[in-house]
Design a protein around this ligand. Structure first.
Ligand code: ATP
Ligand code: MG
Length: 264
C-alpha cells in the first residue's frame, strides 16, 4: 500500500513507515513493569522486561496462563501504562504521551487483534474495517476502498455486507485482522488470535500471518499454541512476568509450511 498525504499528524509514526529508526528498533521495552493492586494483594504482572523488536520481525510471546503475556502486549501497544520502564514505538517514547496523543498514535501505528475478535456487532464486516480509517481521518470513499481491498486480501471480498453474527469465528478473526491493517500500522499485536478457532480456521489465520510476515509487517503474537509460535522468527517465553527465554527460530516460515503441509 502506498503512503498518502493529507490531514494526518506528521509528528507521529505510522502509516507505511518502515519502523526502524536511527534510535533503534520499531518496538522497544526497557525495564518494563506493571503491578496490579497494592500492598499484600499486589500482583507483579510484568517484571522488568527488556525487549527489542526489529522491523519486520515476527515475535511470539509464550508462557503459562497468568504469566503476564496480555499485560505485556497491552503495555507495548499503549493500551495500558507501565508502573516502571519505557515503551518506544517507531523511535518515539509512548508511555509518557497524554491520553489524546496516545489514542491517536494507537490508531495509526498499532493494529490490535484480540482472541475474541472485538468486532462491533451492529456494523457490517466492511464497516468494522472502515471505522479505524475514518477515525484516522480518511474520507469515507478512501476508507471504503481500503476496507474492500483488505477484505479481498483476507479472502472475504464477498462478506463485506454481512454482520459479524453472520460470520464464522475464523471469518470474524480475518475481519479483525483486516481492521488491524487498515491504517498500515507499524506493528500488529495479536493476543491469542487463534485461541477461539478450530483447526481449519487456525490454518486460515496462520496463512494470513505468514503473508503479513512476507510483506515485512512487524508482528507480535501472544500464544499458547505451538503452531502459532512456529510462524515466528523468534520466541520469547515469560515466567512470572519476567522474560525467561529468548529463542530465535530458524526458518520459522518453513516450519509453518511444514506444519500446514505447504510447499515453500
Ligand atoms: N486488571 C487486573 N487487576 C488485577 N490483576 C490483574 C489484572 N489483569 C491481570 N491481572 C493479573 O496479572 C497477572 C498477569 O495477567 P495476564 O492477563 O497478563 O496473563 P496472561 O499471561 O495473559 O494469561 P492468559 O494466558 O491466561 O491469558 C495474572 O496474575 C492476573 O491475575
Ligand atoms: Mg492473556
Amino acid at each position: 500500500m502506498t503512503r498518502r498525504g493529507g490531514r494526518r499528524d506528521r509528528r507521529l509514526p505510522g502509516r507505511g513507515d518502515a519502523g526502524d529508526t536511527e534510535a533503534g528498533p520499531v518496538l522497544r521495552a526497557v525495564g518494563l513493569s506493571r503491578v496490579y493492586g497494592r500492598g499484600e494483594s499486589a500482583v507483579v504482572a510484568v517484571d522488568g522486561v527488556d525487549l527489542d523488536v526489529p522491523a519486520g520481525q515476527t515475535l511470539a510471546v509464550t508462557g503459562p496462563s497468568g504469566c503476564g503475556k496480555s499485560t505485556l502486549l497491552h503495555l507495548l501497544g499503549g493500551l495500558d501504562r507501565p508502573d516502571e520502564g519505557e515503551v518506544w514505538l517507531g523511535g518515539q517514547r509512548i508511555d509518557l504521551l497524554g491520553e489524546r496523543a496516545l489514542a491517536r498514535l494507537r490508531r495509526r501505528a498499532v493494529g490490535f487483534v484480540h482472541q475474541d475478535f472485538h468486532l462491533m456487532d451492529e456494523l457490517t464486516a466492511a464497516e468494522n474495517v472502515e471505522l479505524p480509517a475514518l477515525l484516522a481521518g480518511d474520507s469515507p470513499r478512501t476508507a471504503r476502498r481500503r476496507a474492500a481491498a483488505l477484505l479481498d486480501r483476507v479472502g472475504l471480498a464477498d462478506r463485506g455486507r454481512h454482520l459479524p453474527t453472520e460470520l464464522s469465528g475464523g471469518q470474524r478473526q480475518r475481519v479483525a485482522i483486516a481492521r488491524a491493517l487498515v491504517n498500515e500500522p507499524l506493528v500488529v499485536l495479536a493476543d491469542e488470535p487463534t485461541g477461539n478457532l478450530d483447526t481449519a480456521a487456525t490454518h486460515d489465520v496462520l496463512r494470513l500471518f505468514a503473508d503479513l510476515r512476507a510483506t515485512g509487517q512487524t508482528l507480535v503474537l501472544v500464544t499458547h499454541d505451538e503452531r502459532v509460535a512456529a510462524t515466528a522468527d523468534r520466541v520469547v517465553s515469560l515466567r512470572d512476568g519476567a522474560s525467561a527465554e529468548d529463542t530465535s527460530v530458524i526458518a520459522g516460515g518453513s516450519r509453518l509450511g511444514a506444519l500446514l503441509g505447504w510447499e515453500e
